[in-house]
Design a protein around this ligand. Structure first.
Ligand code: DGJ
Length: 742
């Protein structure tokens, strides 16, 4: 049984394959205390002592004299607000008189097999054999508020999914001003915080720092997950590496404003909270109504970051991504964005498709610029009708031509936006967010549509749907190119304006759900000016997300390393583009660009009609390489061996097939150094008793795989390491393939 209630201990014990989580009832009124989270416990006997409820002043039943001291020290499962716990609250509620103050106490609980979906929200899932769920219902009698704290544990993954559902059971409206998805209290163990931060074209760089007293947080108020911060926080014991140290990781399944916070208290405890950012949030809850928070994922690893990574990968592959492409090789695409930008017509696209087909490319994706009067990025968003001056013969003609070449066809859309210069804006200016009396801020010369309104969502999706039905479109890239500002909705009363950010995200989810329901075989790729909305929430709708607008192979090493720390490689949109690279001007070998893109979805973002004969020949080789190795990349286990973000010289990672009989090792010498010996790096998690034969992927010879003539024992590769020969020049990449010998 993965979840049990222990009568004697008055505790709930939640078990994953290698971890245990313990919640205890405290005192006769039923405060919810947190007892333990970490490596699996064989039994919970005696673990209650961790609650320290016998220690002065924490004697809840007899010490009514100093309740503040009790509440401010108790390790709490879900912290209240305004009645004695001065650490970060998990919930804040204002009643009709303007009073706030919440204290949730135990009312009942339920344990069941399986997991219910969260209405309107992305969430992990699993059947009755795969997941067990505990729901603890708590109440605040004064407010007439109940909170159902939900915990789901997975049979095959060391992850726990948490969320909270609030219900107003009183007679008056309540205003939910803060509703965290989870809270975790434990003793501080000199924790370091690991977070991801960045900016446009340099998303998700790792940052690690020691936590001090007070509050440390990462957050966004941009209305999308953002390029700048990621809804992820991990606490690491000092010295944690890829293979050792303890990791408490938290990831948020949401695509809008969030906050993740760690607070070290006066008693050296740490409290982690994660949820929708309470700034600019206020949800009016009418009697009988519920508010469901998004889901927060907790992963604990006793063996460093590498194990944490594989737990997230397993969870997201097995219990979050729903696409028919989850276990399928996606077609190799060529996207015309960096190849042509807005300067294309149907003939140009057909030429790209014809040349691409010869080289082994399988799908043409027509990016921005095909609709309305979209000859540049200043106009036409919102007018989702094909520009037949540009695409003569219309979309169906183009797609039929492309299909006749043996290529699939995909299309770009940006449904959440509107240009001032568009028919839609002229007809419905009130559909764009604007605060009355204030000119809304433009970004990329565009406004944001108020998709909290159903009629706006329906209007846009009806247009998009008509386009997709008009031709054989098999892929959609859903883009979103600016943050949200000037939020005011003409459709909501004054005391509901605080709901807009969240309603916007719910609107995005509803639109994407409609899209994949209406086109169940569609391959959907999300994008937000690159990777501005790369989050687990979007993965629920699309199996892949464009990782970054920076397609430079070396920049991508860092972006993809940090992204792969949490997300399976198959989710990371990655393309080979031209050099000098359009974002950084760097020139890297075509071969290196291919290997870096292989560790993602793999595709091209260039004008294939302009390739040199050498590069064109290499495209043929690279597409063959993709077919040979995509399954391993997609389904395999990922190991980080060396990080050039840390050493600034070289980068190495490995992918093992699930049986550990085959491995791919990607090694990049980012910078060459003078007078340097070759490097020995240790490989990971091979079969120690097995011998492995080693090939090098070859972009020039007769065969794709060049035999190195080396057969090495698994334990030698893991303990002794593998000698990576020093390469001549910068930005050189080698791909090794290892296979167990009989
Ligand atoms: C931003 C995306 O990240 C790019 O790939 C491209 O689709 C442009 N938008 C088009 O406007």
């Amino acid at each position: 049984m993965a979840i049990t209630y222990l009568e004697q201990e008055r505790a709930f014990k939640l078990d994953t394959p290698n971890t245990t989580y313990l919640i205890g009832l405290v005192g006769s009124e039923g405060l919810l205390g947190h007892i333990y989270y970490g490596k699996k416990l064989h039994s919970a006997k005696g673990a209650r002592l961790f609650l320290r409820t016998q220690e002065h002043p924490c004697t809840p039943d007899i010490n009514t004299r100093d309740r503040v001291a009790i509440l401010d020290a108790l390790p709490t499962e879900y912290s209240g607000h305004g009645v004695g716990d001065f650490r970060e609250s998990s919930v804040r509620v204002r009643d009709k008189n303007g009073n706030s103050g919440v204290q949730l106490t135990y009312l009942s609980h339920e344990i069941y097999k399986g997991k219910k979906p969260l209405e309107g929200l992305p969430a992990t899932f699993g059947n009755e054999k795969e997941v067990t769920t505990l729901v603890i219902t708590c109440e605040d009698r004064v407010l007439g508020l109940t909170a159902r704290l939900s915990y789901s544990v997975f049979e095959d993954t060391d992850a726990i999914a948490r969320s909270v559902c609030f219900e107003n059971q009183g007679g008056d409206a309540l205003y939910l001003e803060k509703a965290m998805s989870g809270c975790l209290d434990m003793d501080n163990r000199d924790f370091e915080a690991l977070t991801l931060h960045g900016g446009w074209a340099r998303e998700r760089r790792m940052e690690r720092r020691k936590l001090g007293h007070g509050r440390f947080s990462v957050s966004t108020l941009r209305g999308e997950t953002s390029h700048q911060e990621h809804p992820f926080l991990a606490l690491l014991t000092p010295g944690t590496t890829q293979e050792s140290g303890e990791v408490y990781a938290f990831h948020f399944v949401y695509s809008g404003n969030f906050i993740a916070q760690a607070e070290i208290s006066q008693f050296d405890t740490v409290r982690v909270t994660m949820g929708i950012n309470p700034e600019d949030f206020c949800w009016k809850l009418m009697p009988g109504e519920c508010f469901q928070t998004p889901e927060m994922i907790m992963v604990y690893s006793a063996a460093g970051l590498s194990e944490m990574t594989r737990s997230f990968h397993k969870l997201y592959r097995g219990h979050l991504i729903r696409s028919p492409y989850l276990h399928k090789k996606p077609p190799i695409l060529v996207n015309n964005w960096e190849g042509t930008y807005f300067d294309f017509d149907e003939q140009k696209l057909i030429d790209i498709a014809r040349e691409g087909a010869k080289l082994g490319i399988e799908m043409l994706v027509m990016d921005d610029g095909w609709f309305g009067e979209r000859f540049d990025d200043n106009r036409s968003l919102g007018d989702w009708q094909v520009n037949e001056r540009k695409l003569k013969g219309g979309l169906k003609y183009l797609v039929d031509q492309v299909n006749a070449l043996g290529m699939k066809f995909g299309i770009w859309i940006e449904p959440e936006m509107v240009s001032e210069d568009s028919r839609l804006y002229r007809e419905h200016p009130d559909w764009a967010f604007a605060i009355p009396g204030r000119e809304p801020a433009r970004s990329r010369n565009q406004y944001v549509l108020d998709i909290s309104r159903k009629e706006v969502r329906d209007h846009i999706m009806d247009q998009v749907s008509a386009v997709l039905h008009s031709a054989n479109v098999e892929y959609v890239k859903w883009d979103m190119n600016r943050p949200l500002t000037d939020l005011a909705s003409a459709a909501l009363p004054p005391d509901r304006q605080g709901e807009i950010f969240h309603r916007y995200v719910l609107g995005v989810y509803e639109m994407q759900q409609r899209l994949i329901r209406e086109f169940p075989d569609l391959l959907l790729e999300n994008c937000s000016g690159g990777g501005g909305r790369f989050d687990p929430g979007m993965l629920y709708y699309s199996p892949q997300i464009w990782c970054s607008d920076d397609t430079d192979a070396i920049e991508r090493l860092a972006i993809q390393e940090s992204t792969a720390m949490l997300y399976p490689l198959s989710t990371m949109g990655a393309h080979v583009s031209v050099c000098p690279n359009h974002t950084v001007g760097r020139v890297t070998p075509f071969e290196t660009r291919g290997y870096v893109a292989l560790a993602g979805t793999f595709g091209y973002e260039l004008d294939v009609t302009k390739l040199s004969p050498e590069d064109a020949a290499m495209v043929k080789r690279q597409t063959a390489m993709y077919h040979r190795f995509n399954e391993m990349v997609r389904e395999g286990d990922y190991y980080r061996i060396a990080s050039w973000q840390e050493n600034h010289l070289y980068d190495c990672f490995q992918v093992n097939d699930p049986q550990k009989e085959k491995a791919l090792v990607f090694f990049t010498q980012v910078l060459n150094e003078p007078n340097r010996r070759s490097r020995i790096l240790r490989l990971q998690d091979l079969q120690p008793d097995a011998d492995y034969h080693i090939w090098q992927v070859d972009m020039e010879g007769e065969e794709l795989l060049k035999d190195t003539g080396r057969t090495v024992n698994g334990s030698v590769l893991m303990q002794g390491g593998f000698l990576f020969e020093r390469l001549w020049g910068d930005f050189q990449c080698r791909l090794l393939y290892l296979e167990k010998t009989e």
